[in-house]
Design a protein. Structure first.
Length: 180
């Protein structure tokens, strides 16, 4: 009985030895055809589209809680590419000239990309509708353009101007009276 137990694994091992088949050759075991790639395989990242979200900071804050401009650095490109998704390999949908202002609405987790909303040529920033709070987080669907820029190409600008209805006066801040 012990001799049979020792001979069985050796017989199985010997049965596995033999001529090996080359890659993509079928030996009767698999009926899956070999993978043949097309000459041009477009990248999924290049055609991806990731919408910019507004309201990330919550209901008590503006839909886009920050503003920025493109950096104007010596020796750097005078334009900042706007992409359809936060990836270097993604397609370029627009270009912003140096000093162009825009709203920063969202960011990637690694802070390398900003989701921005910006007015088109000849359009007033107030028409974007992102300076006031929104009820909930959502994809931006306003009148302005949106996309993604690399955060390294952005200079932050303080504050977001609040939108006022025509004829409304801005609130007047009075200093507290000094009591001595």
């Amino acid at each position: 009985m012990k001799a049979q137990l020792v001979l069985l694994p050796l017989a199985l091992l010997a049965a596995g030895c033999g001529d090996r088949l080359g890659r993509n050759e079928t030996g009767g075991g698999s009926t899956t055809p070999p993978l043949v790639r097309a000459e041009e395989d477009p990248s999924l990242l290049g055609n991806a589209s990731v919408p910019v979200r507004v309201g990330e900071a919550g209901q008590g804050f503006a839909a886009c809680a920050a503003r920025g401009t493109t950096r104007d650095r010596p020796g750097a490109a005078a334009v900042a590419p706007v992409r359809g998704a936060p990836f270097d390999a993604n397609r370029e949908i627009d270009r912003l000239a140096a000093g162009t202002e825009f709203f920063i609405c969202s960011r990637t987790h690694d802070q390398r990309w900003f989701g921005i909303v910006y007015p088109r040529a000849g359009q007033a920033p107030e028409t974007c509708g992102v300076a006031a709070p929104v009820a909930r987080r959502a994809e931006y669907e306003g009148a302005c353009a949106s996309g993604w820029v690399a955060s390294a190409q952005v200079r932050l600008v303080s504050g977001v101007p609040h939108q006022l209805a025509p004829g409304d006066a801005p609130p007047i801040m009075t200093p507290a009276a000094n009591s001595q």
